[in-house]
Design a protein around this ligand. Sequence first.
Ligand code: UD1
Length: 331
Amino acid sequence: MRVLVTGGAGFIGSHVVEALRRRGHETVVLDVRRNSGDDVRSPDAVAGALAGVDAVCHQAAKVGLGDGVSDAAAYVSANDLGTAVLVAAMAEAGVRRLVLAGSMVVYGEGRYTCPRHGAVRPGPRAVADLDAGRFEPACPRCRAPLSPGLVGEDAPADPRNVYAATKLAQEHLAAAWARCTGGSAVSLRYHNVYGPRMPRDTPYAGVASIFRSALARGESPRVFEDGRQRRDFVHVRDVAAANVLALEADFAPGLLTPYNTGSGDPRTVGEMAGALAAAHGGPEPRITGEYRLGDVRHITADSARLRRDLGWRPGVGFAEGMREFAADERT
Ligand code: UD1
């Protein structure tokens, strides 16, 4: 297959390109890092890149939490206008296979169980609670403590920040494209991806990269909240492998199929900080009690459907992946 990888010079995209080439596929990269004209928002650049292409893997996006709403237009432009230009050009070029970099953030706070009220969906956490160190979301009906559960792909979307809203809109645009053209779209809703070439020292760096940079400076990783918030840290090589499987598989025409893409081995942020610090040889993490307003408490979804339908198995375990990540400070 000849595959166009948008964002193919970036963190995840570059691993997708490598994985595709290892499988014998031909790749075309459209990435603004290569040349500012190679923007996915440029109809000419996209039309040129689509020549002779069988499938598109759309990784180009503006990531991170952003700064509230002041940069909303930049997120919508990069993520949603970019996707709109891409799917319009794909319709024109007759390309019928699309794999999209989705995100777990589309679920918001996700699924919780109250001992009295069963399954509930807590709203955003109140500033007063966060200031008082009450980080766990409470039952919206009786304020009882809740237990987080695994979120399935059929859970309702509940984007809680601008970035999440743009990732959800990308899926809607891809679904509209599939419906209009009879193409098939897949959204791989990524958990917290880490590994070689992870962005560092930028406002968009993920927590694993921030902690590693702190350790390299001889400083303690600063763990927000009480450190017990859970995330699913999935290795970038496993995410690349999921993209290859999705590009090669046949899906129902006219639809977008979402897949949660996580290791299935959720860890607390405190635990991750501890693993990186230990692998680095210290210093120990420090729990600061700070918080970020747009953050959700736990992000733990169920990636069983991806395993079942595509035979995907994550190959890099938490301990091994964090050891490798801590050791390789140049990437
Ligand atoms: C991340 C991704 C987002 C992706 C989502 C998928 C980044 C920047 N964001 O969001 O693109 O869609 O996963 O699930 O990669 N924290 C600290 N100390 C710090 C910084 C953060 O303790 O210095 C904590 C945060 O409060 C949060 C957790 O680490 O609880 C994760 O933060 P972050 O890496 O920014 O990722 P997400 O918000 O989960």
